[in-house]
Design a binder for this molecule. Sequence first.
Ligand SMILES: *[C@@H]1O[C@H](CO)[C@@H](O)[C@H](O)[C@H]1NC(C)=O
Ligand SMILES: *[C@@H]1O[C@H](CO)[C@@H](O)[C@H](O)[C@H]1NC(C)=O
Ligand SMILES: *[C@@H]1O[C@H](CO)[C@@H](O)[C@H](O)[C@H]1NC(C)=O
Ligand SMILES: *[C@@H]1O[C@H](CO)[C@@H](O)[C@H](O)[C@H]1NC(C)=O
Ligand SMILES: *[C@@H]1O[C@H](CO)[C@@H](O)[C@H](O)[C@H]1NC(C)=O
Length: 413
Amino acid sequence: MVKFYAVFLLLFFLCFTSSSPPAEAFPPPANAFVAAIYRDPATSLYTIPAAAGNRSLVLDLAGPLLWSPCPGRHPTIPCNSSTCAEARAFPPRHCYNRPSPRPPCACTATVGNPVTGACAAGELTLTDVILSTTDGHHPTAVFDVNGIISSCAPTSLLSGLPAGAAGVAGLARSSVSLHSQLAGKFYFKSKQFALCLPSGNSRDPGVAFFGDGPFYLLPPPGIDVTALLTYTPLLKDPKSSAYYIHVNGFAVNQKAVQIPPGKLADGVKFSTTVAYTTLRSDVFKPLLDAFDGATSGIPRMPDAAPFELCLNSSALGSTRVGYGVAPIDVMVGGGKNWTIFGANSLVDVDGSRACFAFVNGGAKAEPAVVIGSFQMENNLMLFDAGRSRLGFTSTLFGIMTTCSNFNFTMGIM
Ligand SMILES: *[C@@H]1O[C@H](CO)[C@@H](O)[C@H](O)[C@H]1NC(C)=O
Ligand SMILES: *[C@@H]1O[C@H](CO)[C@@H](O)[C@H](O)[C@H]1NC(C)=O
Ligand SMILES: *[C@@H]1O[C@H](CO)[C@@H](O)[C@H](O)[C@H]1NC(C)=O
Ligand SMILES: *[C@@H]1O[C@H](CO)[C@@H](O)[C@H](O)[C@H]1NC(C)=O
Ligand SMILES: *[C@@H]1O[C@H](CO)[C@@H](O)[C@H](O)[C@H]1NC(C)=O
């Protein structure tokens, strides 16, 4: 009898105290989710079609939270919960959270529009996000993920976002960003996501992966692009939930750019809402001068704002990795280089001018360098908050593929 009770107690203990997944997330449908990434030409923002009603969410690498206008009746979350504290931990720049009233109350969080900088407070709620599961080669099934924590926002906060956008998917290093919630709900091994942004002139979308690799791009039988990644540590910056890395300096044509010491000490930030890498003047000028010197044999053309150096594109050779110009090495923490070739250093503005695709952010820009989306196009970028590292490739053109080469035909390998 004693034995029987012991077994019973043990079973009881196992059933109620083990961290077995909640019914909704069990069994995990896959090791990863996949979504197509579209570039909106009017705003240079990137969206994934993950909102209900065939609507999209704008990707925001620096956003700590999801937000979207809510129906009048929606679930709320207690203001004294840890989820509420997490959602309020990183209000957007120049925005703040009003103190919560005394419990019981519904949690509110302030969210921001990454384009206009407008802020608004809304109730925290639970919403659905629609993604496809993937085996890394194909989408395998469309999956409606319930219970994703999101903030409500007034419809006016959508102004400036692409037509058809239902809201913003924050992908920053917070526990309430989209990839963190997916990793937590589905027990992914890695709290990571990969972005492969399509180029502006591609008809086909790029691809975002949430969860564990490998991830394959065509040609058949597929190249596991995660095998090509080089890693650098992410900086820990308690002021912000954005992704920062350490950069030791730049080189153009393998010649170091003379940047006074300490200018890059605060780290370099990544953004999907800044179209072109933007540098503070004291960093921009030496980089521009170095590129100017390294391309001095190529005829100049009149500038096209916001760019400060344009070349005659018909005088430029074309290579597998874009325009044939001096490569730029971004020398990152850990002694590795992220090499930017012509495809990501020069932008074709009107068919005749190829302009240096970096922008002078002025004397007060902060941080000193923000890596913009044009420099990430057709590179695979893996944001791995779990292991606190950033994985990057150079342009995938170098291995004869592009970010628009995921096979979106539903299937299994
Ligand atoms: C979703 O929207 C896209 C573009 O807005 C359209 O091409 C597609 O047919 C729509 N799909 C459905 C199922 O309505
Ligand atoms: C939150 O407040 C409610 C109502 O005052 C209380 O019952 C509950 O225990 C509180 N929860 C936490 C996690 O503090
Ligand atoms: C990184 O780039 C610099 C400048 O071009 C070069 O001197 C260095 O050897 C490169 N390092 C690696 C690991 O490739
Ligand atoms: C650009 O270069 C091409 C080929 O070298 C040349 O024919 C053309 O005149 C140049 N255009 C200008 C505006 O300099
Ligand atoms: C994409 O996947 C489908 C389904 O497996 C397959 O039939 C098709 O040939 C693939 N496309 C390419 C270009 O390989």
